[in-house]
Unconditional design. Structure first.
Length: 245
């Protein structure tokens, strides 16, 4: 009896106390059961049915099947390859599959692009190793954008309130002079303002203001970004990301 009275009381054991203790805990037991029943979800009434998943009616891959297969089995592997380290050849391959890519673009090995025909990259952009552009929806980079190693641009999401886990997609737009730090994630529908910085390993689930440094999960503004020197200096001349690619 004494050991039972000294043991912690939980929803699981409150009604399993000895008969003599029920005189003490009787009313508490009934009250607790009522309270816990209010928060207990009905078993079997909720379920996700992934077998019934289907993309939304307004979604299409954006290219014929032969083009998708050719990219998957040939083009994607060549762009990702460490045996093909030259940015110029990777740029030509991406353009051949429909990507709009400007001049002086640097693409490091390991870069992965879901659908090149939904990718637009401006002049003088840097794409670091292991960047993953998961562009079910269009991804646009303006000029002088830096994506450091392991950046993930995610344009797809799912409606967790639907049992069929419906697909939701959103365009990602990154304005000029922005820097997405290594291992950072940018979510669907996000616009990264010009000159904004998303710190190492951070997550942007909403749009980022221009010339502001963000960090955290979710990303929060830390301070304003200021470029040293005159306005005539180009961002890439002072961009510290060069050492991270």
């Amino acid at each position: 009896m004494q050991s039972m009275l000294q043991s912690p009381i939980s929803p699981e054991n409150i009604c399993e106390l000895p008969l003599l203790s029920c005189c003490y805990y009787g009313s508490l037991c009934k009250t607790a059961n009522r309270l816990f029943s209010l928060y207990r979800l009905p078993m079997g009434s909720q379920s996700v049915q992934l077998a019934k998943y289907a993309p939304s009616r307004d979604y299409t891959p954006g290219a014929p099947l032969w083009k998708q297969l050719l990219w998957f089995y040939v083009g994607s592997g060549l762009v990702m390859s460490y045996w093909l380290p030259f940015s110029g050849l990777k740029v030509k391959l991406l353009r051949a599959f429909g990507a709009a890519i400007g001049s002086d673009v640097r693409i490091k090995p390991g870069v992965q692009v879901k659908f090149p025909w939904r990718l637009s990259v401006g002049d003088s952009c840097w794409l670091g190793e292991q960047v993953w552009i998961d562009n079910l929806a269009p991804v646009t980079l303006e000029h002088d954008v830096c994506l450091s190693q392991g950046v993930y641009l995610c344009t797809g999401n799912h409606d967790w309130s639907q049992p069929t886990f419906d697909l939701c997609i959103g365009h990602i737009y990154i304005e000029h002079s922005a820097w997405i730090g290594a291992k950072a994630v940018v979510g669907p529908g996000v616009t990264v303002g010009s000159g904004a910085v998303l710190g190492l390993g951070s997550t942007a689930s909403r749009s980022l203001n221009s010339w502001t440094i963000y960090a955290g999960h979710p990303a929060e503004p830390i301070k304003q970004r200021e470029i040293k020197g005159s306005q005539a200096d180009t961002v890439r001349d002072v961009n510290p990301a060069g050492d991270l690619i």
